[in-house]
Design a protein around this ligand. Structure first.
Ligand code: ADP
Ligand code: MG
Length: 360
């Protein structure tokens, strides 16, 4: 196992890239610590698979380096990198039994049949496929085929990293949550570095200790699920994580104070020096409340989702949602909104521009 470093990485699928838009990866500098459980989260097309394929060696980056424990691997082929990769769709040998599918990567490395049997028993039990070991893979359902793909990646205990590229795409919804928690458990048992790629925040947040959020070929934030929820570093992270996502509304900035529809809004702390362009207030629906005074808003929609309701309001043209417990207003009502100051952040050009009170 190894620490993986991506340094000054850029990648374009075009032979002569001209503008930033020609790059699938714009500039990536990233360390993946040995033994970490990572999720790589971002919308379709943001460059997740490109990044994985550069780590595994299926792609050579246009610029920059891939290092394993400081050793340059950038131009080595995949089989010299000792990596296991699981793809969106199952990659297995249909004509072989499940047992032989699992054994294949181990036999390739000259592992003894006794050790192979031991390892397969362990992995098959974890994936709940022990009763299928003698079945031919061709006859399996897509779910089970994908489990076998995962098993083939996990059966080796000497890999530098196990990478999963949206592995639950073909899995039945009711099995998804089960496999997801299984993977988490597997990580805790095998302690290999794992990178789990997904566009689904729930999958990312349940699996990972650290989530790397990508947008348009760039990393916008790396953090624990709690950090991403609490202090999104970019409005994109705020929108993408949370349900509904963070409210982001245009505001005015005068002498370091934020004004929204003429009223001053207390921020979590001071606005960073020099950050003034396109100011916006960001606050999560969980930290907006109804009150007797505050910002006047009109209720547009009320969605009752059990213990609480999501109330969508408009302040002028801008949308603000809030989570309401207890009595909910009606569509069309005028209400007054309060923002919890410690949770009210300022963003400039999309990036977090406030410091926390007491912090630097
Ligand atoms: P993701 O996995 O996040 O959905 P990808 O890494 O597959 O994103 O793609 C990133 C960008 O690179 C997209 O704009 C995509 O269209 C482009 N791209 C991906 N693969 C190729 C390819 N083989 N040739 C040209 N463009 C590609
Ligand atoms: Mg992809």
């Amino acid at each position: 196992m190894a620490k993986i470093t991506l340094s000054n990485l850029r990648h374009s699928y075009y032979p002569h890239p001209k503008s930033a838009d020609d790059y699938a990866l714009k500039q990536i500098d990233l360390d993946w610590q040995d033994g970490g459980a990572y999720a790589l989260l971002g919308p379709s097309g943001c460059g997740k698979s490109t990044l994985l394929n550069i780590i595994s060696g299926l792609l050579t980056p246009s610029e920059g380096q891939v290092l394993f424990d400081g050793k340059d691997m950038t131009h080595l082929p995949p089989d010299a990198r000792n990596i296991a990769q699981v793809f969106q769709f199952p990659v297995i040998y249909d004509t072989m039994t499940v047992y032989d599918n699992f054994a294949f990567p181990l036999r390739n490395r000259g592992v003894s049949e006794d050790r192979i049997a031991e390892r397969i028993a362990e992995i098959a039990e974890m994936l709940e496929v022990s009763d299928m070991l003698q079945t031919r893979a061709a006859g399996l359902s897509p779910d089970n085929k994908q489990k076998i793909s995962m098993g083939r990646a996990l059966v080796r205990d000497d890999v530098n990293v196990v990478m999963f590229d949206e592995p639950l795409t073909v899995i039945d919804p009711h099995l998804k949550w089960k496999l997801r928690s299984k993977l988490k458990e597997l990580h805790q048992r095998v302690r290999a570095t794992m990178i789990y790629v997904t566009h689904d925040q729930t999958e990312a947040l349940t699996f990972a200790d650290q989530v790397v959020v990508m947008q348009e070929g760039e990393v916008v934030q790396i953090g624990t699920p709690v950090e991403l929820f609490d202090r999104p570093n970019h409005v994109f992270v705020g929108h993408f994580i949370g349900s509904p996502g963070m409210n982001v509304v245009d505001c005015e900035l005068r002498d370091g104070a934020a004004f929204f529809h003429g009223q001053q809004v207390a921020l979590e702390g001071a606005v960073r020096e020099g950050m003034t362009a396109s100011p916006q207030i960001g606050i999560r629906p969980e930290f907006v409340s109804l009150s007797d005074n505050g910002i006047s808003a009109r209720v547009r929609k009320v969605a009752d989702i059990g213990r609480h309701a999501i109330v969508e309001t408009r302040v002028g043209e801008q949308k603000i949602s809030l989570v309401v417990e207890g009595e909910t207003p009606m569509q069309g009502d005028e209400v007054f909104l309060q923002f919890q100051p410690a949770q009210t952040r300022l963003y400039c050009d999309g990036w977090l521009a406030t410091t926390q009170e007491g912090a630097q």
